[in-house]
Ligand binder design. Structure first.
Ligand code: ZN
Length: 218
């Protein structure tokens, strides 16, 4: 699933949580949910769905932090709990998506999400076949509608969220052609400039899913 789908999923969950914890830093809780929901996909530049996806540890940490928050009532702890909880939700729900590989619409691996406790990959359930699939965008749109429709976000934030939904839509439209678009864009960059731009290579491995390698200064 797209990072944005996870961000909106966490945000939609947070708007239900907010009335319960309303007296504590509302906008900060919502921001923590959204950013925590996006965060695990930062491992796209490492071992995707392994380096920063921790379905078990994020869940355990969320429970521990919730307990600490209930004991202390510190709003900073609540914000941290929500952020880690959103990352846990992301890591767990990625199992419902496709495999972590270059062309998940033509799957050759069964790598859904890595479980560091069991030391193996969870099989992808493929309810959402790949990140940027039409059904991924529909899920993204539905969660965004719940979040924006809650009326708990400021109008300026709503405009930013709508812009992100539009971006997700364009991404979904281009998803299968991203490699071609990247190659064409790359060939349009002048040779002299190319020397200072980072080199990005995507590698598929049988056991670790997709590795994206970025090198600076060729
Ligand atoms: Zn992910």
């Amino acid at each position: 699933m797209m990072a944005l789908t996870h961000g909106f999923m966490a945000l939609a969950a947070a708007v239900f949580l907010l009335p319960v914890v309303g007296e504590y830093a509302g906008p900060a809780v919502l921001a923590a949910a959204f950013l925590g929901g996006l965060a695990p996909d930062a491992d796209l530049v490492a071992r995707h769905r392994k380096t920063l996806h921790f379905p078990v540890w994020f869940s355990v940490a969320t429970l521990a932090l919730s307990g600490l928050f209930l004991l202390t009532g510190l709003s900073a702890l609540l914000i941290l709990t929500v952020a880690v909880g959103a990352a846990a939700l992301h890591s767990l729900s990625d199992v419902l998506g496709g495999s972590a590989e270059r062309e998940p619409w033509n799957p050759v691996t069964e790598n859904g999400v890595y479980n560091h406790v069991l030391g193996r990959w969870h099989r992808p359930r493929r309810y959402v076949r790949y990140s940027g699939a039409p059904e991924d965008f529909v899920v993204c749109l539905a969660f965004a509608a719940v979040a924006i429709g809650s009326g708990l976000t400021a109008p300026a934030v709503d405009r930013a969220l709508i812009a992100l939904v539009a971006f997700a839509g364009v991404y979904a439209l281009c998803r299968k052609r991203l490699a071609t678009i990247g190659a064409v864009a790359g060939s349009l960059v002048p040779t002299r400039l190319r020397a200072v731009l980072p080199a990005v290579s995507v590698e598929e491995t049988e056991t670790d899913g997709t590795t994206v390698d970025i090198r600076f200064g060729r």
